[in-house]
Design a protein around this ligand. Structure first.
Ligand code: UD2
Length: 308
């Protein structure tokens, strides 16, 4: 891979991809509007990538950002279930209309392949576990609808324009540089930051809520593998996760032990739009493009806490 565009490059996932791709010798261009991304995430990268401050909703900006690129990794989004419940219109503009503009830019530039950051939220709260890609989607938040609609746009661009675009359904990604600073941040980032600061973390629900928490290195590995595969992936959807789940209470206990936190945890009612359990079947990604879990939950947690 040589010429790459990463949308949301100043975000947690986008900047991690940029690090891996520049390390591989790729020429990386990145675009971000700093809505959730941060300049700090580009530390050590600013001189190694071409950075554009811009919004994926801006069609002209996307056209010029995509021009000359062979691969696009579309990571820009407002990645929050509760924020989408609070602001369904604004998050729809960013998450869905932004994706449409990225696809338009990629189509006009004739990119070789586009990777889309889809979400496990598409599965909703269906009781069947693990979640596999043949299941009917059951989105239960505006965010889930936005991300699922993005998958359908991807498939329609593959179908109508022959754009080689693929959706990766991420399951609860965590790792260094994930922002703990907002109530909408990922639960592990919040727990780690709070417990290191000696503050009381909050569990929404009774603690039995479970997630397939996926360390960032797995997401990077999945993106690189699917970008390079000779398998036919256009318009398809793949889970990216570990195939194991952990409850919030288990995660709390592990982080408590690792950080030496001496306090307690507070319990509050579940949040609107929350789903109870989420566990992935990762066999399709494994069989199609050789995806393998490169870091499990425990080792990822250790690395994340060490980085904080
Ligand atoms: C994650 C992703 C989202 C989407 C979704 C798919 C993040 C930030 N969001 O949403 O982008 O892909 O997965 O389902 O990664 N919680 C607490 N205490 C806290 C914060 C959260 O108990 O301080 C609970 C929260 O109510 C939920 C669980 O932890 O039950 C996970 O919350 P999250 O915001 O980390 O992730 P989720 O699954 O809503």
């Amino acid at each position: 891979m040589s010429r790459i565009l990463i949308t949301g490059v100043a975000g947690f996932i986008g900047s991690s991809l940029a690090r891996a791709l520049t390390a591989e010798g790729a020429t990386v261009r990145g675009i971000d509007n700093f809505s959730t991304g941060k300049l700090d995430n580009l530390e050590g990268l600013r001189n190694r990538i071409e950075f554009i401050e811009g919004d994926v909703q801006d069609g002209k900006a996307m056209e010029s950002a995509c021009a000359g690129c062979e691969y696009v990794f579309h990571q820009a989004a407002i990645p929050s279930v509760p924020l989408s419940v609070k602001d369904p219109v604004g998050t729809m503009d960013s998450n869905l209309m932004g994706t449409l503009q990225v696809l338009e830019g990629a189509r006009k530039a004739g990119v070789r392949r586009l990777m889309y950051a889809a979400s496990s939220a598409a599965y909703g709260d269906a009781p069947e576990q693990p979640k596999h890609e043949r299941m009917l989607p059951a989105p239960c938040s505006p965010y889930a609808v936005q991300k699922l609609a993005g998958e359908h746009l991807i498939a329609s661009y593959a179908h109508c324009y022959g754009l080689d675009a693929v959706s990766l359904r991420y399951f609860n990604i965590f790792g260094p540089r994930q922002d703990p600073g907002s109530p909408y941040s990922g639960v592990l980032a919040i727990f780690i930051a709070k417990m290191l600061a000696g503050e009381t973390p909050v569990i929404y629900g009774d603690g039995s809520t479970s997630r397939d928490f996926t360390y960032i290195d797995n997401v990077v590995a999945a993106n690189l593998r699917v970008a390079k595969t000779s398998a036919k992936v256009a318009g398809k959807v793949f889970n990216v996760a570990t195939g194991k789940s952990t409850t919030l209470l288990e995660a709390y206990e592990l982080i408590k032990r690792a950080t030496g936190y001496k306090g307690d945890v507070a319990f509050r009612p579940e949040r609107e739009g929350d789903i109870l359990h989420s566990l992935a079947d990762i066999s399709l990604a494994r069989e199609t493009f050789g995806y393998e879990v490169v870091a499990d939950f425990a080792s990822g947690l250790e690395k994340t806490i060490a980085w904080c």
